[in-house]
Ligand binder design. Structure first.
Ligand code: UN1
Length: 504
């Protein structure tokens, strides 16, 4: 499929206008693929008001019936998986199997949400008063604002949306200005699901989803609107801080999924071949642009000389090139700025005593012109210096060594971020210590699996500067609902709690 065929498939040819003010280009070759008009700031408030009206209707629909809409949306995704996966690759530059994987992640969360729509369970609590019942009920929350990043342009929105819809909410979505087309394609599929839902005899209000096309200012307009009950934001620490500050002014609710600086500890008992394969996928997959990307390798000094030469060799044979080619494993970075930031980080690492073992430059081989293709870098560091503490969104792997497990865990934890972590070991004592209360301080901790590529069934998110939010599986749905404690008196008396007497 050519880029224009893909655009046409999602009716995006209709929204691309020559007089638009937002140019969208493909990281593959820098070619412009569409020109969009940014949403006007006044329209954002109108859209939020419409979404709020939609919420008032949607919240009254029984949750399992809301689930049917998400089932139908999942069907649209199944039918359009190939086209949407290709559009993700075209607009974001990740290799096609990862573009398709991202759509699969959307399908998975839809399935999860459909099941969830028949649960949304609360609690019953013993009341201290005779003839009284107490319970905890989860109610729909309101309009949910989603700010998504370029690196997972559709899956992370779907984690939020699938849950938020079955929970009875409406959504305003501000995608990254680098990837608005995939968002508009999702809107197109969502509208088809709504049409099928109505055809099947169900009522769904208009305006359950609005996509805002624009940048920072647009995001801020959404965050500052008091009709938005929850803002779920994925992206950089700076973006998260700005969102959190704005929300705290109006005491709005937030769910933040910000930077990661994820490590792998490789112990003396590790299966080194497995570790090697895991390192490759998690450090260079998605060209190092996942928030779960492996950025720090903490290797026992007794195995480092065995592991590193093999790793360097594997890096040197990485197929870098057009992400649409089947054999490519490393595609382009999102843009030239991202490549400059990578090169700057490599220079800083050198200045801080790092030794570049391979890569760390712009790829020179057979790569399409006009894209920012990196050569993934391995840099041996004498210590966890400033640059290692910082998340650079590029394929740079810093390697450090350790002597004791306590030391390795301390290095793992001694960064501002706390998203994902892992250990490669075949020693149960090492594994369980890493997973214990004195082990990894991250939201995600794995054994014999890299830090990236999480399944949707678990809660996803991290601690410290990662923001503390949890999305996707487990009970993350509770963030999209309002917790209500209900006390019911079915007796003929009116006893007060704590034995207080107040009779006239
Ligand atoms: C992200 O990079 O924002 O665990 C999300 C993973 C993916 C999601 C990453 N399932 O790597």
């Amino acid at each position: 499929m050519t880029p224009s065929e893909i655009l046409k498939h999602f009716e995006l040819d209709k929204v691309s206008k020559s007089d638009g003010d937002l140019k969208v280009s493909s990281p593959i070759d820098g070619q412009e693929i569409a020109t969009l008009s940014q949403t006007s700031l006044q329209d954002i408030d109108k859209q939020i008001a419409c979404a709020h009206d939609a919420f008032k209707i949607w919240r009254a629909t029984p949750a399992p019936v809301r689930g049917e809409l998400i089932r139908l949306f999942g069907e649209e995704l199944r039918q359009n998986k190939d086209e949407l996966g290709r559009l993700v690759t075209l607009e974001n530059g990740k290799v096609l199997s990862e573009g398709l994987g991202e759509v699969q992640e959307m399908i998975d969360i839809c399935d999860f949400a459909v099941g969830l729509s028949r649960q949304l369970y609360g609690l019953t609590i013993a009341s201290e008063r005779p003839g009284h019942a107490m319970r905890e009920v989860w109610q729909p929350l309101g309009v949910v604002g989603v700010i998504s990043a370029f690196n997972f342009p559709v899956a992370v929105w779907a984690w939020n949306a699938a849950l938020a819809y079955v929970c009875g909410n409406a959504i305003i979505w501000k995608p990254s200005e680098k990837t608005p087309l995939t968002a508009l394609a999702c809107q197109n599929l969502f509208e088809k699901a709504v049409a099928n839902y109505r055809k099947a005899g169900h009522d769904a209000p208009d305006h359950l989803l609005h996509v805002i096309v624009g940048g920072r200012e647009h995001g801020a307009a959404m965050v500052n609107n008091h009709k938005v009950a929850l803002v779920s934001a994925t992206g950089s620490g700076n973006m998260g801080r700005a969102v959190a500050q704005d929300l705290s002014t109006r005491l709005g609710k937030s769910l933040l999924e910000l930077g990661g600086n994820n490590a792998m500890i490789v112990t003396t008992s590790a299966d080194l071949d497995m570790a090697l394969r895991a390192i490759l996928f998690s450090a260079v997959g998605t060209a190092g642009q996942r928030c779960t990307t492996l950025r720090r390798l903490i290797v026992h000094e007794a195995v480092v000389d065995d592991l590193l030469p093999k790793l360097v060799k594997a890096y040197q044979s990485l197929p870098i090139g057009n992400p649409l080619d089947k054999e490519t494993l490393v595609g382009p970075l999102i843009d030239a700025d991202a490549l400059s930031m990578m090169l700057e980080a490599v220079a800083n690492a050198k200045a801080q005593g790092g030794e570049v073992l391979c890569g760390g430059k712009e790829a020179s081989g057979d790569v399409p012109e006009g894209g920012a293709y990196p050569e993934p870098a391995i840099i041996r560091m004498p210590e966890q210096s400033d640059i290692v503490q910082h998340e650079t969104f590029a394929p740079i792997l810093y390697v450090m060594t350790y002597k004791t497990l306590d030391e390795a865990i301390a290095i793992n934890n001694d960064v501002p971020q706390g998203l994902s972590s892992c250990i490669f070991t075949t020693d149960i004592r090492e594994a369980e210590t890493f997973l214990s209360s004195v082990g990894s301080d991250c939201g995600i901790a794995n054994v014999n699996i890299g830090p990236s590529g999480a399944e949707i069934g678990g809660a996803f998110g991290g601690e410290k500067e990662t923001g503390g939010g949890r999305e996707s599986g487990s009970d993350a749905w509770k963030t999209y609902m309002r917790r209500q404690t209900q006390t019911i008196n079915y007796s003929t008396a009116l006893p007060l709690a704590q034995g207080v007497k107040f009779d006239v």
